[in-house]
Design a protein around this ligand. Sequence first.
Ligand code: SF4
Ligand code: SF4
Length: 235
Amino acid sequence: MELYQELTRDVRFIEGLKSCMNCGICTAICPAAEFYDYDPRIIAAIVQSKDEERIEELLKGDTIWYCGECMSCTTRCPRGNTPGLIIMALRSLSQELGYFTESEKGRQQLAIKRVIGENIVYRGYCVLPENLVPELHPEQGPVGLWIYENRDEVYERVGANYQGDGEGALRKIPQEAMDEIYRIFEVTGGFGRFDKIEHFSKIKAESMGFTEDGDDYSDYVKYINTNNNGKHTRQ
Ligand code: SF4
Ligand code: SF4
């Protein structure tokens, strides 16, 4: 398969890459580049070079998962490119081919699919308070743990209408809207993408010695959620 050709089938790629002159303004404005070992200028340059080997390295590596998709880069590029859109196309291709399982940040796609993806489809929210399970999110620290354990009281005190009917923050989303979201995932191939992420992740989990054990690879999910090789951030 010609990877570059596959990318050109994605409308985000066509929109995102016109011609890059490698000036680096996108990197200067990029908030992710401040923290991660990450440079959108290089990603644009690699893709533009059509070097299949280097594109494959991108698809199998960590860097495409560092982008926060904030789209700040589109406001400053003198050539009208949007590295954030190029990266979206790279991410989709990585998921489609199963290459995402080859990197630590890429493997986290399974956790994102199971939490954020499924929340969107079935609850209408990206993240809900009960998703921030302390065991899976040690980065939340003791304050996060306290909020998690006292979440009913905390959300009531800040005026949320948590999963309640009517108006208010974190309210229950009406069924009509939920039906629309479900249909969007159906017609855009979102559910097909979910299946691919599950499929390739299970193959990877087995190859790493994890077993299904009747709990849908939850040990693997915990592993990918909490493991950090310490090599992602800028030194
Ligand atoms: S700002 Fe635009 S032209 Fe400059 S390196 Fe980034 S993508 Fe290329
Ligand atoms: S969309 Fe991605 S690459 Fe562009 S500025 Fe935001 S984090 Fe950086």
